[in-house]
Design a binder for this molecule. Structure first.
Ligand SMILES: C[S@@+](CC[C@H](N)C(=O)[O-])C[C@H]1O[C@@H](n2cnc3c(N)ncnc32)[C@H](O)[C@@H]1O
Length: 448
């Protein structure tokens, strides 16, 4: 497939995300499979789609002075312009000439002559005059928002929670592509054995500096088409997500309840920690998602996991106070995983935070009934919003004096995290810039 086509595929994908018909990460997987692109073009497509979405606000700021006089345009024209300016500003290896030429070719194919003329005119002007300086923005929050390409309301919120320096560092980290990390299935092999296997299959793989006994970082090659993957030697998982599995401290013969389990990343981790003994009740609201847990458990050859579709706000079929461990990896806004899902910064709103917080609170209150005395309840999210995290736990502890935050549980985490983690009286927050992982929150709560 020629480069010009890669850009057309990228434009189509961006339009779907723009119209809220798809999430970037899911769409990209299906688009890559369908388009049958070679390795280099797949890489370029991913970069174009993620980069254009991630830098949207900055790109619109760059384009604005060049579009002032023109009339209302169809949406695809704006998206094409963003896609082109993204390449001009962020991808040094593609000459501006070629970018303009390809954009004009696409515009000619899709629109009437006036539109290709507009695309040509705007891009040539930018090429000639350069993009406007962001430093000219007087308003402080807006300047940070445009520089890092995040919505102003989020920047404002984070500045209140974390201060300016941390907010900027986080927003910048959100624009860095994540590394591919995998969790080794230690019921089958250790990290070094899996690393050797993958090296033999032609990949470049290193031990994780954060979790050398559990995780590997794939530097080059596709780990998910290897025999090692098919044979269940590992699972795709972010290292911060692995920390939650460690915090659960599951051991031989335990009974564990995982209330929000699909697609099974943490359930399978817990099942592996129990060396295929005991039982993990792995539940999720959606039937079709429960299937994903089954698929993973089968691939990993785990037999100590039972799945079922259930609403964690109800859970009528379980016996109260019967689990040594309950994990609530709650549905959340996902602002900790913006690196992987760049569009959620644009698609989620303040109201979404409040709405999901209500669901989290209902799940937490209900699922806590099933923890045995002396047992551990772990609440986690992949977001960094206090309303979904610390505030949730603060309220829960006030309403449930039979629970307390168990700081001793943190001993299960790597020393680096114990030394540098952001701990409060209500749990541990990991920001993406702390250990180059996803942003996460986790709270170990002990039932007295
Ligand atoms: C953060 S994801 C879980 C990820 C999973 N723990 C893992 O590590 O692979 C949250 C899950 O909660 C599920 N969910 C949402 N509302 C729920 C409810 N009321 N009861 C049970 N599960 C729910 C969603 O379907 C989603 O799969």
């Amino acid at each position: 497939m020629e480069k010009a086509s890669v850009r057309e595929v990228a434009l189509d994908a961006l339009m779907k995300v723009e119209k809220n018909q798809a999430y970037s990460h899911l769409l990209l997987n299906t688009t890559l499979n369908k388009a049958g692109l070679d390795k280099r073009d797949s890489g370029l497509l991913t970069e174009l789609v993620y980069g254009t979405i991630a830098h949207r606000l900055t790109l619109d700021y760059y384009l604005e002075p060049f579009l002032k006089t023109s009339k209302k345009r169809e949406q695809w024209v704006d998206v094409l312009l963003r896609l082109s300016v993204y390449q001009m500003v962020y991808l040094d290896r593609i000459p501006d000439r070629a970018i303009v030429h390809e954009a004009v070719t696409i515009a000619k194919r899709r629109g009437h002559k006036g539109i290709s003329g507009l695309v040509n005119g705007v891009l040539r002007s930018i090429q000639r005059e350069g993009v406007p300086s962001i430093n000219a923005i007087k308003d402080h929050v807006k300047r940070i928002a445009v520089t890092t390409s995040h919505p102003e309301w989020l920047v404002e919120r984070w500045m209140k929670q974390y201060g300016e320096e941390t907010t900027i560092a986080m927003a910048q980290a959100n624009n860095e592509p994540p590394e591919v990390s995998i969790r080794v299935n230690r019921t089958k092999a250790n990290t070094e054995e899996v690393r050797q296997n993958l090296l033999l299959e032609g990949l470049e793989v290193e031990r994780s500096p954060l979790l050398p006994e559990l995780a590997l970082i794939v530097k080059k090659g596709n780990a998910f088409t290897t025999d090692a993957y098919k044979n269940g030697l590992f699972t795709a998982q972010d290292e911060a997500s692995m920390l939650v599995g460690l915090l659960v401290q599951a051991d031989y013969d335990m009974h564990v309840l995982d209330t929000c389990a699909a697609p099974g990343g943490k359930s399978t981790h817990v099942a592996e920690s129990m060396h295929n003994t005991g039982l993990v009740h792995s539940l999720d609201l959606h039937k079709h998602k429960v299937k994903l847990i089954d698929e993973q458990a089968n691939r990993l050859q785990l037999t100590n996991l039972e799945t079922r579709a259930e609403d964690a706000r109800k859970l009528e079929h379980l016996t109260e106070s019967s689990f040594e461990r309950v994990l609530i990896d709650a549905p959340c806004t996902g602002f900790g995983v913006i690196r992987r899902k760049p569009d959620i910064r644009w698609s989620k709103s303040k109201e979404d935070v409040a709405a999901i917080a209500k669901v989290q609170s209902a799940i937490l209150t209900n699922a806590s009934r099933f923890v045995k005395a002396g047992g551990l309840l772990v609440y986690s999210t992949c977001t960094i919003e206090a309303e979904e995290n610390e505030e949730q736990i603060a309220q829960f502890l006030t309403d449930n004096p039979q629970y307390e935050l168990d700081e001793n549980a943190y001993a299960a985490l790597p020393e680096q995290v114990q030394a540098k983690g952001r701990f409060s009286s209500f749990g541990l927050t990991i920001l993406p810039q702390d250990f180059q992982t996803d942003g996460f929150f986790m709270a170990p709560l002990r039932k007295k």
